[in-house]
Design a protein around this ligand. Structure first.
Ligand code: CA
Length: 513
């Protein structure tokens, strides 16, 4: 069979979702999934720090994927937290249905998960790194997964023979393990590699080679670094995720810390002088917040730079082995992250910086290089997408739908016009809430405090003022409230907003609006 006929046949089989054995034309799939990587800090995104990231070469390899493939500007999670987002990726279901509403919980017993379906489609599969779903199995042929969150330095990994302690830096070790597995694979079968980095998750510990990188650079501050949260409801005033007040000098910012293990000499040489200068400066108030912002962001970007190196190493291997043209490479992160916007770090909210998930897909011969599909996509779409890419069988009843048509440049007429969101964890003092995000609006119900918020993203993209009580938006409130009810019925039948216990609330300023 010549290559053109084979490619055409492969495309036809994929487009009708027929499960076939393992023809040579089946694409390999590499899914590189990082943790807490914001769209603001990817050069290829048109976001707050994108230009800075391009100038400083923070994400050159990720940017190359975006240039050669599709970047989704409207990609979202459904519950902005590590474990819940990962469970939605695995199951194609929202948190309330897959059982993972909170950190470290296992996926509901008996739930369908995509790795088994990809395997059943004839793929050899492996998973490395952060899983963070209790005892949920990887369902892959080979796996080395962190227990819980995993550590940046000298992490332990769990495999079929139990726990093993590795020596070195997590991002590099996971890349080594991935490439090692690829080298010994059965070359007669297509493969799917899940490379799930811990970085750039808190506490943002970079590799030694980047300890001094960016040290003399000033990271642009967000205009909202000193946001007083007026114009928003009680929840924005009772959170505990402010850089100035809540970020920890020792564990987060490495002040009064000494280096550990084999990286100690480099750590002390790089951070020691900085720490001495910091102690002498006796910073307070806004000056202290500014210092914390700079140092937090530098370590965060250093961790990202190492993730980008990992992307580069994997892509280089694919190219060297002649696999580049027949391998799909996906880069994504489990949710967005605050990089000082509104004075915050962390995630959790339905608000923009938190709900956005980076998603970039390079698929030679299928995705038009440099394409930017604008429909609203969500983490629940990954599982059916991967299974369709592998020519496997997508089950009925998933909440998400395959992105393959969008990747081919076609938007189905009935594609979703709104996405559903529900955050259940009271961590960082963030009030539980559910809501709906459309192309233009965000509507949220912070049910423990019985407060609603509405943001007009066209007129107020930074979400500084809720217009829920503004009569000019009365019709919008009615329509979106009905849409939210429809989504709740679809995705969370039986959910009682009064049932969960309200998180402890600190006394805060009330929304004056
Ligand atoms: Ca995360």
């Amino acid at each position: 069979m010549n290559k053109t006929i084979q490619a055409t046949l492969g495309a036809v089989l994929l487009s009708v979702g027929i499960a076939v054995g393992a023809p040579a034309g089946k694409p390999n799939i590499v899914f590189i999934f990082s943790d807490d990587h914001s769209i603001q800090t990817i050069g290829a995104y048109n976001s707050r720090l994108s230009e800075f990231c391009r100038q400083q070469q923070v994400t050159p390899n990720i940017d190359r994927l975006a240039a050669a493939g599709a970047l989704f500007p409207n990609s979202f999670c459904g519950n902005s937290l590590c474990s819940p987002s990962r469970a939605s990726v695995l199951t194609g279901l929202h948190s309330g249905s897959n059982g993972v509403t909170n950190l470290g919980q296992p996926v509901r017993q008996g739930a369908w998960m995509y790795p088994a379906a990809v395997r059943a489609a004839g793929y050899q599969t492996a998973a490395f790194g952060k899983w963070h779903l209790g005892d949920t199995p990887a369902n892959t042929d080979y796996w080395r997964l962190f227990p819980g969150q995993g550590n940046y330095w000298n992490p332990s990994v769990i495999g079929p023979n139990g726990e093993e302690k590795l020596t070195g830096y997590a991002t590099d070790l996971l890349t080594d393990l991935s490439l090692g597995w690829l080298k010994q694979r059965d070359k007669n079968k297509p493969f799917m590699l899940l490379l799930h980095h811990k970085a750039p998750h808190r506490p943002w510990e970079p590799p030694t080679r980047y300890y001094n990188w960016l040290s003399s650079v000033t990271i642009p501050e967000p205009p909202t670094l000193f946001d007083d949260h007026a114009g928003r409801g009680t929840p924005a005033h009772t959170q505990k995720m402010e850089i100035g007040r809540d970020m920890v000098l020792s564990s987060d910012l490495k002040v009064r810390q000494a280096g550990k293990g084999e990286q100690s000499a480099e750590f002390d040489a790089s951070y020691g002088a900085r720490n001495t200068a910091f102690e002498k400066a006796h910073l307070e108030g806004q000056a202290l917040t500014r210092w914390k912002y700079q140092e937090y962001m530098k370590d965060y970007l250093r961790c990202i730079k190492a993730v980008d190196d990992s992307v580069g190493r994997v892509c280089d291997y694919l190219k060297a082995e002649g696999l580049e043209e027949n391998t799909i490479v996906i880069y994504a992160a489990d949710q967005g992250f605050y990089n000082g916007e509104h004075g915050w770090f962390d995630k959790r909210w339905i608000y923009e910086e938190s709900i956005h998930m980076p998603l970039i897909v390079k698929w030679p011969g299928v995705v038009k290089p440099g394409s930017r599909p604008t429909p609203l996509v969500q983490n629940i779409d990954y599982a059916p997408t991967f299974v369709e890419m592998a020519g496997g069988k997508v089950p009925e009843g998933l909440h998400g739908r395959s992105l393959v048509p969008l990747l081919r440049g076609e938007t189905p007429a009935d594609w979703r016009k709104s996405i559903y969101y529900h955050y259940y964890d009271p961590g960082h003092g963030v009030t539980k809430h559910y809501g709906v995000r459309t192309e233009r609006f965000t509507l949220a119900n912070f049910y423990p405090v019985k407060e609603w918020e509405l943001y007009d993203l066209e007129k107020n993209p930074q979400q500084m003022r809720s217009v829920h009580g503004d009569p000019a938006y009365a019709t919008t409130v009615t329509e979106l409230t009905a849409e939210l009810e429809r989504l709740r019925k679809q995705f969370e039948a039986g959910f009682d907003p009064q049932a969960p216990a309200a998180p402890p609330q600190r006394k805060g300023k009330k929304n004056k609006k």
